[in-house]
Design a protein around this ligand. Structure first.
Ligand code: UDP
Length: 479
């Protein structure tokens, strides 16, 4: 008979696709280990997950997984990943709205449900849970989860030191200057490869100081979880461990879940956009390794001129392409929204466009031979696991660093950062799929093997086991 659990974990993500998706996968893994899990979401995201994800199926699958919602100030047409909402606004507003319900959840007694004995909070909320627990006089483990990469968490943490040794601030003319004083990453990142918030004109209103502060606040948490694995990020993780000794690396989370459940790809469950599966039949009809998959994730905005450069480049490369074009991908409304005839023809002949794809499945499809990506951390991990080489065109936050690691450290693709030119697009697509194809095939296959860290005996598998034991024993102590 299954052992009765007193462990009850509250999981609270920032309401953005990449964050909710990875934290929901973590919640599933915890539920698979028989922990009681409450997943706290904003109403808007919960409604989208109900419509486009698979909340019903999740509830059926995991009797110990429950959802609770907080009200939010977004409506359906204005989801928190949309261009009108910056990360800073989203985080601030979610934190404010969450506090009353969090207080109530932490003190309430429900027959049949153990009291919350651990909080796993998105690290982006800073000291939220720590402050609340101390205000209520509750002593339970508070764990921070960062949805971004380890290779970006470390620069975030190191920002104050970069100021001390005069590597920051960056001036416009510094972009190719090498950063020398970052342990574990000496002479690896150019200024342009630092997190976007370090740039003189960074996107949105998340300031560098704010990111550095939030990251520092994770020092107060009892533990830190990162969606990576030892074999990928070993040297950086050694540096991070010097400051965060209780560090759990349990990624790639999507792969961990798929392997644990052994029921194939589950990506549909955690998306909050309507998935268009028509592209799968189109992919089935394409030759092996012939398609470039193009997606810039859930919140990247491109200018119309940039869109046209990509489009021309893809069409001129003569390669087949599958492009995710969200309805809010393009900034503003231009005076001239017409698609040039040659581009339209080229797309009909070689391309396929959807508003949202079943990405994990697309990347795993034998027809997919390359990924033109914004280097979001989830997309990077998904491509890495599927063994698909990347062309990286980062937009913001950790994406600049991820891009640098993909091209320079892991050798899994090409760097198109800060350039948007049709000839460059065409050349890189052809380099990836023709001229340097063998080289990338080798490196992506080798890396794909390392991601077996999630199988029994692997580093991420053991780390998840340790995390579950830690939560269980802390819950027993606080009983
Ligand atoms: N995604 C998807 N279909 C799409 C585009 C993206 O399912 O058409 C998923 C993708 O698999 C990934 C997530 O959305 O899990 C995007 O997360 P990422 O961290 O890559 O980027 P973000 O959206 O946070 O910028």
């Amino acid at each position: 008979m299954e052992e009765a659990t007193v462990a009850h974990v509250l999981v609270f993500p920032c309401p953005l696709q990449g964050h909710v998706g990875s934290m929901l996968k973590l919640a599933e893994l915890l539920a698979l280990h028989h922990l009681h899990v409450t997943f706290l979401n904003t109403e808007c995201i919960h409604n989208r997950l109900t419509r486009f994800g698979a909340i019903e199926a999740l509830l059926e699958c995991y009797p110990t997984l429950h959802f609770k919602t907080i009200s939010d100030c977004y409506n359906e047409g204005q989801h928190p990943g949309s261009r009108d909402n910056s990360m800073g606004d989203i985080t601030l507003s979610t934190t404010l709205h969450a506090k009353p319900l969090l207080r109530q959840i932490l003190v309430s007694e429900n027959p049949g449900t153990p009291k919350v004995s651990c909080i796993i909070q998105d690290g982006i909320f800073g000291s939220l849970a720590i402050d609340l627990a101390s205000e209520l006089g509750i002593r339970i483990p508070i764990i921070h989860f960062r949805a971004s990469s380890a290779c970006c968490f470390w620069p975030y943490f190191w920002i104050p030191k970069l100021f001390e040794c005069k590597e920051l601030p960056i001036r416009d003319e510094d972009m190719d200057r090498m950063i020398r004083n970052m342990p574990g990453m000496e002479n690896l990142l150019r200024c342009r490869d630092l997190p976007s918030f370090c740039r003189p004109s960074s996107q949105g209103n998340m300031s560098m100081d704010w990111v550095a502060l939030q990251t520092k606040q994770s020092l107060e948490a009892d533990a830190l979880i990162l969606n990576t694995f030892e074999e990928l990020d070993g040297p950086i993780l050694s540096q991070i461990r010097l400051h965060f000794p209780k560090l759990y690396t349990i990624g790639p989370l999507h792969h961990h879940l798929n392997v644990t459940k052994a029921t194939g790809i589950l990506s549909l469950r955690t998306v909050f956009f309507q998935v268009d599966r028509s592209c799968m039949a189109w992919l089935d009809a394409q030759p092996q390794g012939s398609v470039i998959y193009v997606s810039f994730g859930s919140s990247t905005i491109v200018k119309r001129e940039e869109l046209m450069e990509f489009w021309h480049g893809l069409v001129s490369s003569k390669k087949r392409f599958l492009w995710v074009m969200r309805h809010d991908l393009v900034a503003g409304k231009g005076n001239d929204d017409r698609i040039p005839a040659e581009v339209e023809e080229g797309t009909k002949e070689k391309g396929f466009i959807v508003e949202w794809a079943p990405q994990e499945e697309v990347l795993a499809h034998k027809a997919t031979g390359g990924f033109l990506t914004h280097s979001g951390w989830n997309s990077t991990l998904e491509s890495l696991v599927a063994g698909v080489p990347m062309i990286c065109w980062p937009y913001f936050a950790d994406q600049q660093v991820n891009n640098r690691f993909v091209s320079e450290v892991w050798k899994l693709g090409l760097d198109m950062k800060d350039v948007c030119d049709r000839h460059v697009v065409e050349n890189m697509v052809n380099d990836l799929t023709d001229h340097r194809k063998e080289e990338f095939l080798r490196s992506t296959q080798e890396m794909g093997m390392l991601a077996h860290s999630v199988s029994p005996g692997g580093s991420s598998y053991s780390s998840l086991h340790d995390l579950v034991q830690y939560i269980k024993s802390a819950s027993q102590e606080n009983k």
